[in-house]
Design a protein around this ligand. Structure first.
Ligand code: SF4
Length: 342
């Protein structure tokens, strides 16, 4: 029985995830046909399955989709040559990459165009890392730890970039080591670690002294969720990642706990867990407010009339004014509402 449960803020959806979920939801409203989404739109099992139930097919190999499909590219970013391929084989490609990932792509392009080699700190095989490394595959080196940096032999200028969802404890030792190894190491003025990842980690660290364990809601392939779990464990506290309420039965939780969620975990899953735990006392703990908003992909905003005209037979024409108006007022619509509207 849980006595005291701290519900941590901020948690759950970040601005990039909000934008990507809404963008895909709008696509489903505009088209009757299947939407092919390159990689999971965001790394959360419940969300992926919800979209799969509504005519979205997720795929990893561009050769798997029929020609002239309507394609969505995920929030994690896509390598430029892969995006070009989609532009040539699809009837329409909308890129819902998070602007903070795009920032890293721009930095990679700038550094490598100016002749530097880039040390990219990230997780091997993660969609975001694959997309970023695709900006300049010959001049970028993926590193996961200090030993990887040690093995590098960069003769000229070296630059350091990062996957946005790393934890500070993953990033800082590699950054310090790289700065020692390469005296004039180039780095962006503003850190690549995104505000949402950092805020969720800072919030949980702030409450750790009050609790004996932390439950992190999120999927096992969500990098920022794993970073939250690692951060808590590194501070010496018990931490458990669960996807949903059904996984609670595997846990033997202490009396005082905190609950948080990775940036792609829907809040209704958090509340189902709290309801099931039925704590004697529920305390809202707020680290800070988040007000960031990322607009929908510009192709979706700019081309909605053209898109509708182009595929007029595939659209419900009566919905067109509603769709245009909705996209214009997108800021007032949440991803949670978008998911409920499917
Ligand atoms: S976690 Fe950060 S980088 Fe990733 S989608 Fe959210 S805001 Fe963008």
């Amino acid at each position: 029985m849980v006595d005291k449960l701290y519900l941590v803020n901020p948690r759950g959806f970040c601005a990039g995830v909000e934008m990507a979920i809404k963008a895909l939801s709008w696509m489903l409203k505009i088209y009757d046909e299947t939407i092919y989404c390159y990689h999971e739109i965001v790394h959360n099992k419940w969300i992926v399955s919800k979209f799969e139930d509504h005519n979205v097919v997720f795929f990893d190999d561009p050769t798997e989709i029929p020609e002239n499909s309507v394609v969505m590219l995920s929030a994690h970013g896509t390598a430029p040559d892969v995006e070009n391929k989609f532009n040539s084989i699809s009837s329409l490609t909308i890129n819902s990459v998070c602007p903070l990932v795009t920032k890293v792509h721009h930095e990679a392009k700038k550094y490598t165009t100016n002749g530097a080699e880039v040390i990219y700190v990230g997780h091997k095989g993660h969609d975001e890392a694959l997309g970023a490394l695709g900006v300049s595959p010959d001049k970028m080196h993926l590193v996961e730890n200090i030993e990887d940096v040690d093995k590098l032999e960069i003769e000229g200028d070296a630059a350091l970039l990062a996957q946005t969802t790393l934890s500070l404890s993953e990033w800082e030792p590699i950054m310090n080591y790289s700065q020692d190894k390469y005296e004039n190491l180039l780095m962006p003025r503003k850190s690549d670690l995104c505000y949402a990842t950092t805020n969720r980690q800072s919030a949980i660290v702030e409450i750790l002294d009050e609790v004996d364990a932390v439950v992190v809601v999120g999927s096992d392939n969500s990098s920022n969720t794993k970073a939250l779990v690692n951060m808590v464990k590194n501070k010496g506290c018990e931490a458990h990642r669960i996807d949903n309420v059904n996984e609670l039965k595997n846990l033997n939780l202490p009396k005082n706990i905190a609950v948080t969620a990775g940036a792609s975990a829907p809040d209704h899953l958090v509340f189902q867990i709290i309801e099931s735990l039925n704590p004697k006392k529920l305390i809202e703990f707020k680290h800070k407010d988040e007000e960031k908003y990322f607009p929908l992909p510009k192709e979706l905003r700019n081309n909605v009339s053209t898109i509708s005209d182009f595929l007029i037979n595939l659209c419900d024409s009566e919905n067109k004014p509603e769709i245009k108006q909705g996209i214009k007022n997108d800021k007032d619509w949440s991803a949670t509402e978008a998911l409920s509207s499917l």
